[in-house]
Ligand binder design. Structure first.
Ligand code: SF4
Length: 170
């Protein structure tokens, strides 16, 4: 696995890569929309979160696939959790910062949101860049020179990518 990190001003990131209404439109076709507390719709404006911070540290893992589909799903979940633990540690080192998850929260096997019950771990749940309207595909291409590859006709891509981050006050 290769790791990449890059810091950018939140104001630049928001002007170049954030489009809340466009990405909320795309989120609506995802089954997690409205069913996981880390995903939209929210009771707040995503821009309110971006505007509380001055810097974004993007963290990208480029992962070599294994041979089978189930093995790859397990590998991605495990690596996503490792990234979350890494970003929790960064939060501790950077008071006032908040981590951004690589994709939806998957801390519970089933989210409590469909039952209309509160999040079970609000202190551990983190939003993702894309759930707050960020264009991760464009940002990876322009800031890291990395293309996100997708499975085509069930064919495993050359590599997988996970992208999380850390929002910092200064
Ligand atoms: S911690 Fe559990 S209840 Fe909260 S958003 Fe994540 S999966 Fe849902």
């Amino acid at each position: 696995m290769e790791k990449f990190e890059k810091e950018t001003a939140v104001s630049d990131f928001v002007s170049n890569f954030v489009d809340v209404s466009k990405f909320y439109g795309l989120c609506k076709s995802c089954p997690n929309c409205g069913n996981v507390w880390s995903c939209p719709p929210y009771g707040f404006e995503p821009l309110e979160i971006w505007n509380k911070f001055s810097k974004l540290r993007m963290i990208v893992y480029k992962i070599e696939p294994l041979s089978g589909c189930e093995e790859n799903l397990a590998l991605l979940e495990k690596t996503k959790h490792e990234m979350l633990l890494y970003t929790y540690a960064l939060e501790k080192k950077n008071p006032g910062s908040t981590a951004l998850s690589a994709g939806k929260c998957s801390l519970c096997s089933e989210c409590s949101r469909p039952k209309n019950e509160p999040c079970r771990m609000p202190d551990k749940m983190r939003y993702s860049i894309e759930s707050l309207g960020g264009d991760v595909e464009k940002a990876l291409r322009e800031l890291f020179g990395i293309e996100i590859l997708w499975e085509v006709d069930g064919k495993t891509p050359e590599y997988y990518t996970l992208c999380g981050g850390l929002l910092l006050k200064n």
